[in-house]
Design a protein around this ligand. Structure first.
Ligand code: ATP
Length: 405
């Protein structure tokens, strides 16, 4: 009798082991086929969940409509999200949707909008929700919002450059945004900027065929070459820099700024609604914008070489905090990005984790050592546990502390 029970238990144990081995194999196969190691980057949502989150796609939840479909705001699995419903006719088909998702879902950077998930049955993309809307709307002060200060504008320029450097250095192939313009730069609750719609060249091609005033950002060499390169993004970036500096519409902006520099009248076209922009820095930004917005690709700036200048401009801007820069400050006047998301204290030794967020070294090490394999910020699996010191932020914090304590 006992022997029979032992046999049964052994048989059950063998079956369980077999099931476990099969499950492990399946997970390995899935992660290999996604090409991103064990990094399961996004969730699949049901249409029913989207319907519940948006009260059946009611107009009250609609936040906008682009050429590729409507965007709704919704509360999904305890998170505020933006749901982008793609028009199926705007895509070449499901394969293209899947290819795009495969690219976008693997990329994480603090200045790129995070893809949280997809709803394959409805071809919908679910992104983190950015409550301060687009740079286009903020530049136009839509809804009565105050103009962006020169400090915020300088930081946004640095952040966008940082995001482009990240996309362009992607391995094995650089990722070209292809449709960079203020409408594709979104702002979070702290006015930190994030690029959206990267890895979707179709948006760009669509705009070339159906111009809506956005062609001012388009690489002038694109129509003849028919090809988008990283230098196409550099051109659009240059136009955005000049627009942030002057507040002018993008058409012919490079020629206007160039004329102003030649005629010693740059001070007349700097956007004074941004506050008192230090003139030396305004000139540096004007020249940076012009180096990027060259008509010929081969003459355009290399963003890697421009980064040092931008870093110093960002540093200077963050040290010169005006009262209108409040959204970046906590109630003690400390810039929010100085605060470790785990310890909630000003960082002494900031380190960047694989999720792109910066934490106090001690805090993130303790998190990893206690067996966590996920991001404390996004809850998504971390592709690796390595940490990189954030020297730039550390020196900004130290200088700020010296000045304010
Ligand atoms: N993650 C998000 N959080 C908050 N608002 C968003 C988000 N994504 C898009 N939006 C808003 O939804 C609207 C539509 O965006 P979408 O990117 O589809 O089109 P667009 O950029 O306005 O136009 P097009 O794609 O035709 O150039 C815009 O007002 C945009 O600011």
């Amino acid at each position: 009798m006992i022997e029979r029970q032992i046999d049964l238990l052994q048989e059950k144990n063998r079956k369980l082991q077999e099931e476990r081995d099969n499950a492990v194999k399946e997970v390995e196969e899935l992660s290999n086929s996604s090409g991103c190691g064990s990094y399961a980057a996004f969730s699949e949502f049901l249409l029913l969940e989207l319907q519940q989150a948006t009260e059946n796609f009611s107009n009250l939840h609609k936040i906008g409509e682009g050429s590729f479909g409507c965007v709704y705001k919704g509360f999904l699995r305890k998170t505020m999200v933006a749901i982008k419903m793609l028009h199926p006719q705007r895509l070449q088909g499901r394969t293209e949707f899947e290819q795009e998702v495969a690219i976008v879902s693997k990329i994480r950077h603090p200045n790129l909008v995070t893809l949280i998930g997809v709803c394959s049955e409805k071809l919908a993309l679910i992104y983190e929700y950015l409550p301060n809307g687009s740079l286009e709307d903020r530049l136009a002060c839509q809804g009565g919002t105050p103009p962006l200060t020169w400090q915020v504008r300088t930081r946004i320029i640095g952040e966008i450059c940082c995001a482009l450097l990240f996309l362009h250095s992607n391995n094995p192939n650089p990722i070209v945004h292809g449709d960079l313009k203020p409408g594709k730069i979104l702002l979070d609750a702290n006015m930190v900027s994030k690029l959206t719609d990267f890895g979707n060249k179709n948006t760009f091609v669509y705009h070339i065929e159906h111009p809506r005033g956005t062609f001012a950002y388009v690489d002038p060499e694109f129509p003849s070459s028919g090809e988008l390169t990283v230098k196409s993004d550099v051109y659009s970036f240059g136009i955005i820099v000049l627009q942030l500096l002057t507040g002018k519409p993008p058409l012919n902006i490079a020629a206007d700024v160039e004329d102003a520099i030649k005629g010693d009248s740059l001070h007349l076209i700097i956007d004074d609604s941004a506050g008192k922009w230090p003139f030396v820095q305004a000139v540096q930004l004007a020249n940076l914008g012009l180096r990027c917005a060259q008509i010929h690709r081969r003459k355009r700036a290399n963003l890697e070489s421009e980064w040092k200048l931008l870093e110093s401009l960002m540093k200077a801007a963050s040290l010169s905090v005006s009262p209108r820069f409040k959204s970046q400050l906590d109630d003690k006047g400390i810039p929010s990005y100085f605060i470790c998301p785990i310890f909630q204290e000003v960082m002494k030794d900031p380190h960047i984790a694989a999720d792109g967020y910066t934490y106090e070294a001690e805090a993130i090490k303790a998190w990893l050592e206690s067996g966590h394999h996920t991001s404390p910020m996004t809850n998504l699996p971390l592709p690796h546990p390595e940490l990189t010191p954030n020297y730039a932020l550390r020196s900004v914090i130290q200088e700020w502390l010296l000045k304010h304590q």
